[in-house]
Design a protein around this ligand. Structure first.
Ligand SMILES: [Zn+2]
Length: 444
């Protein structure tokens, strides 16, 4: 009897010792890294874990700062949270706190408002392992303010929605030296927006303004919500071999979009995290799905026959600053669309999988040239496809950027004017034109 009790006591003592001395042994799971993505409508915090998380949480909203407390059970934290660098209007700080027991990692998020957090686990995909995603709803980045000129204009500006592809948890394609597509699309989009906003006839709306994810259907919703007259989605291409290079421009083909979406839906077990609610983190399935989703979303209540004309103009403009992958707008078929609404194009700036173009596209001067080409294309489209009541529709002259194969007589015929009128307006002493030359075209 005594012996048995002694054994039990020793066993208990040993267990207690084990608990106190080596919590690592008890905590099999680990928080390996933490990422914070402030976005206009929420702040997303992603915890990377070695295994599927076992967690619980509660909020402390009786005193400030408001707190969300997350307990990761059987887990130790390996991350120095003080080193997290982010600015969010919703989340002030992410820190550790005394855990209820030694095998728990307690993480505290200090919040600026009493909100209902959305917390869900994601299984591993090709890019990431197990994750716990915490969404704190609420405006997390300062609102984008558009400065308008003080004098009231009789006509309105043309509104261009610019969508920088990918962002946040979704880096897009990754170049051979590690450049992320999302880090190329955003500066080009931002530069394009600056050029458009400097034009009194146009106004840009950026779908994303920082490094955060935006669900695909929300990207096109932004365009519609802002009554955009055009939607430009900016991407960089990738291929499995380094050779392919050059820019290309995509437009909607309803048939293509439908077949892409069909394939996507067939694989939806695999892509379940793309569906529903907050779990829209993109897995690494490439731009086909992106394209299909983006274009299908656009086609749901609007269509894009104007996109084909716009795509041709963008291709011409891009050809003056970069190599082209294809001279034709990319689309398997162009369905006849019965309610032309927002012309929409998806521009692949080049191949990030090509080492030369990867280097080029991360270069700020090259990004600026690409943005300028897209700006000129946008302007040319709205001057030549005038929208009623817009400033650009009432230009007394139009601008034309010369493409290869064009002559003064071709341009005179296209714009319903004469060779001499164009010569006079532009002080041309000869009929020789050079590719990329910008001409003022008088309108009768
Ligand atoms: Zn992309």
């Amino acid at each position: 009897m005594i012996k048995i009790i002694m054994t039990k006591m020793i066993t208990s003592a040993l267990l207690l010792f084990a608990v106190l001395a080596s919590p690592q042994v008890m905590a099999a799971e680990a928080i390996e890294s933490v990422r914070v993505w402030p976005a206009p409508d929420k702040t997303r915090i992603v915890f990377d874990l070695a295994e599927a998380p076992t967690h619980s949480y509660f909020t402390l909203y009786d005193s400030q700062p408001y707190r969300l407390v997350i307990d990761f059970h059987n887990t130790r934290n390996q991350v120095n949270l003080d080193a997290l660098d982010f600015e969010s209007l919703m989340v002030g700080r992410v820190r550790t706190s005394s855990p209820p027991d030694s095998s728990t990692a307690r993480i505290v998020l200090e919040l600026s408002d009493q909100v209902e957090p959305v917390i869900f686990a994601l299984p591993p995909n090709e890019r990431y392992g197990h994750r716990l995603v915490v969404d704190i709803p609420g405006q997390s980045v300062p609102e984008q303010r558009v400065t308008r000129s003080a004098d009231r204009l009789p006509e309105r500006e043309v509104i261009v929605a610019i969508d920088a592809g990918h962002g946040g948890e979704d880096p897009g394609s990754i170049g051979p030296s590690g450049v992320y597509e999302k880090n190329i699309t955003l500066p080009v989009a931002t530069k394009l927006a600056a050029l458009i906003n400097a034009d009194p006839g146009m106004k840009a709306v950026l779908v994303r303004t920082g490094d955060y994810g935006v669900p695909l259907n929300q990207r096109t919703r932004v365009a519609r919500g802002q009554r955009a007259d055009m939607f430009i989605s900016i991407h960089a291409d990738a291929f499995t071999s380094p050779q392919p290079r050059g820019a290309s421009v995509w437009v909607l083909s309803r048939r293509r979009a439908n077949s892409e979406l069909g394939r996507w839906l067939e694989n939806r077990e695999q892509h379940s995290e793309l569906l529903g609610g907050a779990a829209e983190v993109l897995s690494s399935n490439g731009d086909d799905i992106y394209l299909a989703r983006t274009l299908l979303d656009m086609s749901l209540d609007s269509s894009m026959s104007g996109g084909f004309d716009a795509a041709n103009i963008f291709i011409d403009q891009l050809s003056t600053v970069t190599r082209l992958h294809s001279r034709q707008p990319q689309a398997a078929s162009l369905a006849v669309l019965n309610s032309p609404d927002i012309p929409s194009v998806l521009v692949e700036l080049g191949f990030i999988s090509n080492p030369h173009e990867e280097t080029q596209m991360r270069n700020s001067a090259h990004q600026q040239r690409l943005a300028e080409a897209l700006y000129r294309g946008t302007r040319e489209f709205f001057v030549n496809h005038p929208l009623d009541g817009t400033i650009l529709a009432n230009q007394t002259e139009r601008q034309h950027t010369v493409k290869s194969g064009e002559s003064l007589s071709i341009l005179a015929q296209r714009y319903g004017t004469t060779v001499r009128a164009i010569q006079r307006r532009n002080n041309l002493s000869s009929t020789t034109l050079r590719v990329g030359q910008v001409l003022d075209i008088p309108i009768s």
